[in-house]
Design a protein around this ligand. Structure first.
Ligand code: BG6
Length: 514
């Protein structure tokens, strides 16, 4: 570990007025280099996230941002581009704040394969590091597709912009997902990274882990004694994990068409959510312990049978629904594309806790609703004392962890309806994050960028973990050959719940999506 944050946390935690125990730290000085800075992710997420941290004064005043991209721009044009991106994200932010933020920017224009551009970057880092007193600490954020991440890493290493075990000053690399496109490419990218960096310097990001409710799963499960004893095949019937989106691919088809939702969402977000719901308790909330357990869970998932997989692509929906066009009509989608925009699968877990408890996972684009959630469906009571009501008529308890758009937890329990002598029906106990804690929640990227600045890898994938995920997903992708995919791909109308096959998949087991 570069720094033992955990010891510090315990001493440095503050008890708040409600009796909660809080740990908050402020990162030290550093420069941030964003590769692929003219792309969609930087404009919509990274730059606004950095601005937001800056406005909350959680960012050390000693910082600067360097953009690296192919687009022809100078520092001034870059500053104005960032100004627009931030203004779009925070319409009400005072110009003064945005201008203060954009005064700390510089830009390097060049090809990702051009050694001269990296030399230029080196010069700018030295000059800006000196000017803003960042002590040489740098984060390189690779907001680029996997094949470029490989090239950039090689150049950073060859130009000595990074070095193994750099800790004073520290240099860290954040690699955007998908990390590789299959097991082979992920291994190749890992071994390239390991040539020039140590594992402690590599931050494989999955923004779902930055979501408050995803982190809350561990707190809910392990900071409350009541859940752990019933969190197993003895009491749980099955688990559902959903990441449903209302938007389509928009102008990202250039990337998405070669990825598909299996690489884009299932390999990372869905597996992490499943791991949060299913992993064993880590010995400590530390990067090594948490990631060891998530990896063990992923490795315990049985090879996925393609018969347990449904793939779909959005097609023409109700013409009255605005902005909902078929995937084939999205900009840059090649004619005849068989790329899946929907996946539903049944996972079985080969360990003592989950033997016999299926995890149904699904993710899709252009659906009727945006909703990400983890649902734990408990078994029905087997012994009902409330004669003549049969136990079969009482549904099992349902615990829903809502990740978005609403964030909170709801538990369905059986209760007596007022009035008649015996009338039982399910009611919901709800906890909504915003109602209880109020205020704006941190954006996922804010949490994760701050963690990287602090040297905390808990919410980032480690090398063997990401490879474990590809070990599971790659054989499934290989079985979905183009010919088989052609037969299997179900069209679903935009704006609906997805393909019929997803309903059949779960109904086959006598269950239904919640
Ligand atoms: C990204 C995927 O990782 O997650 C996108 O590349 C997807 O395709 C997005 O739309 C969903 O994230 P969120 O936070 O909006 O649910």
């Amino acid at each position: 570990m570069e720094q033992n944050r955990y010891k510090f946390n315990v001493d440095g935690g503050i008890k708040d007025s409600d009796g909660g125990f809080c740990v908050q730290e402020k990162p030290g000085p550093c420069g941030i280099v964003i590769f692929g800075v003219s792309g969609d992710l930087s404009h919509r997420k990274l730059l606004p996230a950095l601005f937001s941290i800056f406005c909350r004064r959680e960012l050390e005043p000693n910082f600067f941002i360097a953009g690296f991209g192919r687009t022809k721009m100078d520092d001034t044009m870059f500053a104005s581009d960032v100004y627009t991106a931030v203004k779009n994200a925070f319409k009400k932010s005072p110009d003064r704040d945005i201008k203060e933020f954009t005064s700390r920017l510089c830009y390097v224009q060049g090809g990702y394969d051009d050694p001269a551009a990296y030399e230029e970057l080196k010069k700018k880092l030295a000059a800006f590091g000196q000017k803003y007193g960042t002590a040489g600490n740098v984060i390189y954020y690779l907001a680029t597709p996997p094949f470029l991440a490989l090239k950039i890493t090689q150049h950073l290493g060859m130009c000595c912009l990074v070095g193994k075990n750099d800790s004073k000053p520290w240099r860290r690399v954040i690699v955007e997902k998908p990390f590789g496109t299959d097991l082979k490419s992920a291994r190749q990218l890992n071994s390239e990274l390991m040539q020039y960096l140590s594992e402690e310097q590599v931050y494989r990001i999955d923004h779902y882990l930055g979501k408050e409710m995803v982190q809350n799963v561990l707190i809910l499960r392990f900071a409350n004694l009541i859940f752990e004893p019933i969190w197993s095949n003895k009491y749980v019937d099955h688990i559902q994990i959903s990441a449903m989106e209302k938007l389509g691919v928009g102008h990202r088809a250039g990337y998405f068409d070669s990825a598909g939702i299996i690489r884009d969402v299932m390999q990372n977000h869905l597996l992490q959510l499943a791991a949060m719901a299913g992993m064993e308790a880590p010995k400590l909330f530390s990067p090594d312990h948490v990631r060891e357990e998530t990896e063990k869970f992923i490795r315990a998932i049985d090879p996925i049978d393609v018969e347990d997989v449904v793939i779909g692509q959005y097609a023409q929906g109700n013409p009255g629904l605005k902005g909902m066009k078929p995937y084939m009509e999205e900009e840059n989608v090649p004619a005849g594309s068989k790329t899946e925009t929907y996946i539903a699968a049944k996972l079985t877990i080969n360990n003592n806790r989950w033997q016999g408890v299926p995890f149904y996972v699904r993710a899709g684009k252009m659906l009727g609703k945006r909703r990400s959630q983890i649902t734990v469906k408990f078994k029905k009571t087997t012994d009902c004392m409330f004669c003549p009501i049969p136990e079969t008529s009482l549904s099992g308890n349902t615990l829903i962890i809502n990740i978005q758009p609403e964030q909170g937890v709801s538990l369905t329990v059986q209760a007596k309806q007022p009035g008649p002598k015996l009338c039982i029906s399910p009611v919901e106990l709800n906890f909504n994050y915003r109602d209880i804690f109020g205020g704006e929640l941190k954006d996922d990227y804010e949490r994760l960028i701050l963690d990287c600045m602090l040297g905390d890898q808990t919410l980032f994938w480690k090398r063997t973990e990401v490879e474990a995920a590809w070990e599971l997903i790659t054989p499934m992708l290989e079985k979905l050959t183009p010919a088989y995919r052609g037969v299997k791909l179900e069209l679903y109308p935009a704006g609906t719940n997805g393909p019929e096959g997803a309903e059949r998949l779960i109904r086959r087991d006598g269950r239904e999506w919640i």
